[in-house]
Design a protein around this ligand. Structure first.
Ligand code: NDP
Length: 298
């Protein structure tokens, strides 16, 4: 049976370190990290995410600023708010919760965030830095950065020569994940919906990352014996066994099967999920430290 990679435990250790370094930053340099989260509209899932980010920020000792805007807010008004937050020295991280309403160009909004406050790592400057291996000054998107920490827990920091397959090529997970693995000297293949013989390709992976959004798509016999399997997927499926109308969360990997073949595997929930928010806190602390002229915390 595979080793279970407990994302909750690793995320908690990241948050503890963030708390400790935040206390030091505040007491020695008089700087308190500030995280501004902007939400437009009333998408229930987004509201849950935003509220948990705010809570975690406060737990870390940050100032948390939440801007809740009506769904009818114009692009111009949102751009003005981003401009104000860019100029506000008490704000070190700006996060605009996606998705945005259709009348707002999400790309334009993201590119309006000052790259040095782009703690989500979606601005072209940060994407470019990651793509060119400038990891010391880039903000790396939180989900792949968190996944990388989980991989390092199992495999160590030196992943030289390992074959990594990332299934999914989104800008927020698949591509940055592949770049991180490449920077760690893996031989990386990115798979997507047009990939031929996906099961065969997955079987070549020493490290297999699933970021697809298809419940339990990756089966036991797609997993190379001993592989490290990172399941980024979060899918809600019906669970009639729990009662009528009930549901449960599953990943993109058929966990019950894959844990028999894998060397180590993340569960869903409790794997990658908790890492994403922990890395958001870490990125915000890094931003505040940079603004205070303090060396980047490791
Ligand atoms: P996207 O929908 O943006 O991307 C999905 C990718 O999967 C695409 O590249 C798509 O290929 C590929 N894909 C779809 N179907 C197949 C298939 N049958 N075979 C091979 N590849 C396929 O999703 P995201 O990257 O945003 O998210 C992926 C998953 O991760 C989702 O379940 C999401 O909920 C979860 N997630 C979890 C987070 C966390 O904190 N744990 C954070 C962010 C996301 P193509 O490009 O060809 O269409």
């Amino acid at each position: 049976m595979a080793e279970l990679i407990d994302g909750k435990v690793v995320a908690e250790s990241v948050v503890e370190k963030v708390k400790q370094l935040t206390a030091e930053l505040t007491s020695r340099h008089g700087v308190t990290p500030g995280l501004a989260v902007v939400i437009v509209g009333e998408d229930p899932a987004s509201q849950v995410y935003v509220s948990s980010k705010g809570k975690k920020a406060k737990e870390c000792g940050f100032n948390s600023f939440q801007h809740t805007l009506d769904a009818s807010t114009s692009e111009e008004t949102l751009l003005k708010l981003i401009g104000d937050l860019n100029a506000d020295s008490s704000v070190h991280g700006i996060l605009v919760q996606l998705p945005l309403p259709d009348h707002i160009d999400a790309g334009k909004i993201i590119q309006a965030i000052a790259p040095e406050k782009d703690v989500d790592g979606f601005h072209f400057i940060n994407v470019g830095k990651l793509g060119t291996g400038e990891l010391d000054t880039a903000f790396v998107p939180c989900t792949p950065a968190g996944s990388m920490l989980l991989i390092e827990r199992v495999r160590g920091k030196d992943l030289s020569g390992l074959n990594a397959v990332v299934v999914g090529r989104s800008n927020i997970v698949g591509k940055p994940m592949a770049n991180l693995l490449l920077a760690a000297n893996c031989t990386v293949t990115i798979a997507h919906s047009r990939t031929k013989d996906l099961p065969g390709l997955c079987r070549t992976a020493d490290i297999l990352v699933a970021a697809v959004g298809r419940p339990e798509m990756i089966k036991c016999d797609w997993v190379k014996p001993g592989a490290t399997v990172i399941d980024v997927g979060i899918n809600r499926i019906p669970a009639p066994e729990k009662g009528e109308g009930k549901s449960r969360l599953v990943g993109d990997v058929d966990f019950a099967g894959a844990e028999k073949a894998a060397g180590a595997i993340t569960p869903v929930p409790g794997g990658v999920g908790p890492m994403t928010i922990a890395l958001l806190m870490a990125n915000t602390l890094v931003s505040a430290s940079r603004a205070a002229g303090v060396e980047r915390p490791s």
